[in-house]
Design a protein around this ligand. Structure first.
Ligand code: HEC
Length: 126
């Protein structure tokens, strides 16, 4: 019984946090502190399996990665959306990082919007 109510409480919290996501983005009032940022959520969902901010995993550590792209957000965004295409286009950092990682390819992420990429870059900059 206790277990079941714990699950219920957990679900309520989960739904409550989903519902308040939009408000949380535009205000810092109560409840926002227990939530992850949009960037962190995306990172956990799509990147964490291969990346960490602080250590190399399947791919390189990503804190400050933008600097390795001359702080050029459009180049790094293109790479995150489709690494292979960016490597094939001859982008110097894309070619270099692919060589460093023995051409282990990153999964294409065409579903990420420009806002998503901006949120990811903000998260990776911290
Ligand atoms: C299946 C594993 C995998 C996933 C998932 C993945 N990556 Fe990667 N990533 C790699 C590998 C391997 C490399 C290095 C070489 C390459 O892609 O050719 C890389 C390279 C990168 C680089 C270049 C880093 C540098 O030093 O220049 C960035 C930026 C990056 N990933 C961001 C992301 C983001 C953001 C996500 C999630 C949206 C993500 N990756 C998801 C495997 C992955």
């Amino acid at each position: 019984m206790i277990f079941r109510s714990l699950i219920t409480i957990g679900l309520v919290i989960l739904f409550a946090s989903c519902g308040s996501e939009e408000e949380a983005a535009s205000s810092t009032e109560t409840g926002a502190k227990v939530e992850m940022s949009h960037g962190q959520k995306l990172f956990n969902d799509y990147c964490l399996q291969c990346h960490s901010l602080v250590a190399n995993k399947v791919g390189p550590s990503l804190r400050g990665a933008l600097e390795r792209w001359d702080n050029d957000t459009s180049r790094i965004a293109a790479f995150i959306k489709n690494a292979k295409e960016t490597i094939d286009s001859g982008d110097p950092r894309a070619v270099q990082v692919a060589e460093e990682w023995n051409n282990t390819l990153m999964t294409p992420m065409p579903h990420l919007t420009d806002e998503d990429i901006a949120a990811l870059l903000e998260y990776m900059a911290k």
